[in-house]
Design a binder for this molecule. Sequence first.
Ligand SMILES: [Fe+2]
Length: 321
Amino acid sequence: MSVKLQKPFDLQANTICQGFVFLQMKTSKLLMVRPGEWIDSKAYKKLQGLHNSIVIESVVDNEIKENFKTLLRKHLKSKLVSEVKRSSEELLNFFHQQIISGTSFNCWAQSCYEVISKASQEQMTRMYEVDIKLLQKAYLSGAIAVWISLVNDYTEPSFIEDIYHLAFFQDIGLISNNYSYFVKEAIHKEQQRSGTGLSHLVQMKASADEISAFESHPQKSLEFLAEAQLLHNQSLVQSLLVQHEQVSGDGLLGFSEEVMSTWEEILVLGDKLIPFTSLDEFNLLNELSSFKDHQDIKNPIQKVIKKVLSFFTLIPEKESA
Ligand SMILES: [Fe+2]
């Protein structure tokens, strides 16, 4: 699958980066900013000072992004049930066409961010300063949660805005003085297999404060989002407690699938589909394929996984030579 080179995006302060920004050295290029990273005013000033030597390789096609945004806005403004259904189908058709033809997922993520996000510049800067990856993951998580919702017929416009913010802010509770490399590793391990986050922290002899930062982050994220009042339906904020739960009941709280609502499962699945290791060049098809092959290991959430994986039936068979 070939990846089209895009026109450079405008490098500005207080924006999400839409491509790879390199510093051109004599014989090589040094990667400065990656897609999905926050360009805050300090980073921007630094980059501007190096202006002549900056090379930008955008991963976001502006025309496709604008199409996504138009379809998203139309969907969010839909009121009648028939309108909501139609606009959701239009959006999904366009999304699936783009993913199959190799358009970067960041194109969708950027559209969701520009149309739906109510995150403030201060919140973005705080996430970025604690860990660049936290913000990158939030940016991708919001977008994937919207897609998982739409394919599962959870299409109601105010719900779509809410699920975006639930997914975007699900890990904001990690912002604390006790966030550390061990905590980050624990989050990554927990995504792969339940229960391994905590055991990793114990094995690494992490401090009690680090263990607490990891264990309490769902509750802290809930408190943050409850206070920020960004949701149409405030009661959905409770879903943040179960972000690392599993069908088997092996998650942090031990809830099993029977007691989880569909929107909670959308968050759990979204979290699993965006591993920390693939944030720079997130490829939805690759992640889904890996999920399909290792369902037993990754312990998928049955209620919402089927429709997500049915995406593969849309991909035309490759013609044999
Ligand atoms: Fe989390």
